[in-house]
Design a protein around this ligand. Structure first.
Ligand code: DX5
Length: 218
């Protein structure tokens, strides 16, 4: 089984976009393990954010893994551009990829780690026939599109089930959760088997980034 040390991936969606490079440097100094970059197209989710150009700019700013979460339709059309821009991990949504096996294969052919994400109401079983082919499963604990929402508790049960499956099938899989994760609930998230915690407002909304990251890591 994979080394299960807890990783913290600040989501830049809650960062000060007028100073994005400085913000990424600041969380790197504060002990972040990954940088999560939320790409949104205004179709799959009701918000529009950034694209490959911003990933390319951030690639010059940090050596941390850039964990790119594609909340977009037609992800296959954009995976090469995000890979070229410097993404290390590219996560697509099961709900947005009709040919998910092909999308995951494309990410890996480009030499990147492949992740698949499911929204809070999407059944874990939708991953049954792809779970063995991915490096990361991202369980959304909010309806994607915005930071600062509350964690949907049913995501914890989903994480517990996925953790059991990964253990039973000896899968070297990162289990990531994203949405509403705070110092107050981080222990419950880790206890559910999540080893990569994504947090936006809990980090970038804090006065002390290092203390926030440390409190999430436990
Ligand atoms: C939501 C994004 C999340 C968000 C998390 O659609 O995918 O990464 O930034 O923000 P918090 O941690 O504030 O819920």
């Amino acid at each position: 089984m994979k080394d299960r040390s807890t990783l913290v991936a600040p989501s830049i969606l809650s960062a000060d976009f007028a100073r994005l490079g400085d913000e990424v440097r600041a969380v790197e100094r504060a002990g972040a393990d990954w940088i999560q970059v939320d790409a949104m197209d205004g179709h799959f989710v009701p918000n529009i954010t950034i694209g490959p150009l911003v990933v390319e700019a951030l690639r010059k700013v940090t050596r941390l893994p850039l964990d790119v979460h594609l909340m977009i339709e037609n992800a296959d059309d954009y995976i090469p551009a995000f890979a070229k821009a410097g993404a290390d991990i590219i996560t697509v949504h099961q709900e947005a990829c009709p040919h998910l096996n092909r999308s995951v294969a494309l990410i890996r052919e480009l030499g990147k780690k492949a992740g698949v994400s499911i929204n809070p109401a999407t059944a874990l079983e939708t991953l049954d026939f792809i779970i063995g082919d991915i490096d990361l499963a991202l369980l959304m604990s909010v309806n994607p599109g915005f930071g600062g929402q509350s964690l949907i508790p049913s995501a914890l049960e989903k994480a517990r089930r996925l953790s059991r499956i990964a253990h039973e099938r000896h899968l070297a899989l990162d289990i990531q959760m994203d949405g509403g994760i705070k110092p107050e609930n981080a222990a419950a998230v880790r206890g559910a088997g999540v080893n990569v915690l994504v947090a936006g407002s809990a980090v970038f909304g804090a006065s002390d980034y290092a203390a926030a990251i440390s409190s999430l890591r436990g």
